[in-house]
Ligand binder design. Sequence first.
Ligand code: OAD
Ligand code: ZN
Length: 264
Amino acid sequence: MSGRIFKQYRVLKIMMNEAVKLLARSRFVIAFTGAGVSAESGVPTFRGSSGIWKRHRAEELATSEAFRKDPHLVWEFYRWRMDVIRKAKPNKAHYALADLERMGVIRAVITQNVDDLHREAGTKNLIELHGNIFRVRCTACSHREYLKESGRLDEFLAEKYLPRCPDCGSLLRPDVVWFGEPLPRNALENAFVLAERADLVLVIGTSGVVYPAAYIPRIVKETGGKIIEINTEESGITPIADVFIRGKAGEVMSEIMEEFRRLI
Ligand code: OAD
Ligand code: ZN
């Protein structure tokens, strides 16, 4: 091991120990996650060199104007994403967060992801700020459908035509939040209340630049709580993080869990 690499390794170890100590002494822990937590599951992130918004223009796909203009294109994109995501499995980071909830350490996972992988991993108290890609809703009436539960996912992906509401025949849309749209009110209010109560937030794999979601760690900090951040790169949250661990979510969370189990 060269001197520089050894030094980096030492810093990583120190940060990891700090994180474990914080986790063990905090009383109300929440997690706040973004696309990076699912990267090791093979779900592409949005920003960065191979991000989705590098290959596709967000305003042509993820806005209500785009959907009005060209619903075929928008549905083609969402059917492709649904297909990629449904083949993905939760990784060690998702499982670690579900374990921490079962152990009574984590009270809630607040996610910006629409991929359902926290639920698949077993997290119960999950707040989805940007919706869920496996849910669809009617553009005219109150019809909502969770395709994994209704058993229509295969059929839905196999079709090429525009999906219609079984109740009123209007166009269905993905139940996700598009740019310029408000976040689901209940989800956001609950998330803010949790952030005010939390004495620690684990921020995993988010660039922390999309608001209002990015307020969550800021609220924790402003109300006296601490921030542990895990990310392969520095993010918008890093300047206010108490502990920043550079690394892949799944790898870092497995190491943290190993140490944490030894400590408690
Ligand atoms: P981004 O794509 O903006 O950021 C992903 C973050 O994950 C980056 O900071 C990466 O450095 C980090 N990352 C990548 N791989 C990682 C790994 N293996 N382990 C840990 N970190 C890793 O995704 P979000 O922050 O989630 O909004 O984006 C926020 C919102 O912008 C999304 O919810 C979506 C998007 O447009 C809507 O769709 C409304
Ligand atoms: Zn309808």
